[in-house]
Design a protein around this ligand. Sequence first.
Ligand code: SF4
Length: 433
Amino acid sequence: MRLRLIYPKFRKFLEGHEALRQVVKDHLVGDYTMPPSLALPIIAALTPPEIEVNLTDDNVGQRIDYDEEIDLVVISCFTPQAQRAYEIADEFALRGTPTILGGIHPTGMPAEAAQHADAVCVGEVEPVWHEILDDLRRGTLKRFYHATEPLPMAQMPVPRRDIFSRDLYKWDAHLVITTRGCPVRCEGCPIPNKEGTLIRLRPVECIIEDIKSMPYREFYFTDDTVMIPGKKSMKFILGIMERTAELDVSIFLPSTMMMARDPSFYDKLRKGGATSMYTVFGYDSVSRHLFSHDCTRAQWQECIDLVRMIEDAGIHFFASYGVGFDDQDPSIFDKILKFSDEAGIDLAEFFIHTPFPGTPFGDIASRQNRILHRNYHLWNTGNVVFRPKNFTPEKLLEGFFYLWKGFYKDKAPKQTLRSFEINESQGGSDQAA
Ligand code: SF4
């Protein structure tokens, strides 16, 4: 049997905003390219060796051969990729080639996805992948696959990252999965819907084995749940960092402002190789409160102190600020700039709240008839795709531009995030974020 895995193209969130792109281009934010999601390399790793698996990354201009003789097309997508994923699946359907769609978007919109594919995988693919292959062999693919039990994390294989042709990219780093599931249920996040509301920790030994299997020095942990405060998760991340301290690595950690306020904790992370703390503002309760009218001067200062604590440990604080939430109003833009200035934050990106399917906010915006359109290629957090509560769509977009320009107007260009640029000489310049 032969499988064709496809990673559909999507727009970087500054694409279409050319003037803004020029303003921030020397700062290497908003326009960089992350490594592709690990969903397809995990599927490749779970597939028995007698089945041939090949990948087409639509983002680097690899041509899709719709006439290829294959037994199954496997497409994984999140929302900004959905429209392109559907176009690709429809083309294969015209030729009678079986297709399956999975990932965050099909999990949030299974009925919609099913209009474009023979089968849809809802939720995690790992527990049902062998069932899908067995059904494919028998010619009895089901319309939907939905795992009844979550994946035990010890069973997560080391992803087969070799399916990406390295000469098409300038990767010097890759993503590493540390957890699945999240109990926090932030209103804009699709993770609890896709992975469940119980946090599952990948065994430290498996994480280290995964890191050691890669020819890189830099790693991005994919899950901000590793930084959730609390005994269990802090013990977990410190357990990982004790092991990475023995390796010559640099680790980019994702987080929220809920993280612990303990200087010794950040010193230990730094010793383990943590060099960047990518912190999303807007989803979690602490950062929501920070920019609310109820935030006291003491609470504001505590958040500044947290940023300084992380920076003082030698970990670079990278802020990712969301705007357009229902509890924000146009005063948010200056508050964000003021906070960044007072906290000494020198690297930031900004995104527009988006009602992603499979999130509580997606349900609210849909129920309240606030979705402006479903041109999913524009659902990339760089466009207003819903009717905000306390802004007009135009004012929200203006505020988004104002933030990018305001934040970077006095900043010297930085050489950061270089690791993830696609090799433009071979892949073109309009690649995925
Ligand atoms: S944003 Fe992070 S903390 Fe919030 S629900 Fe998603 S994974 Fe959990």
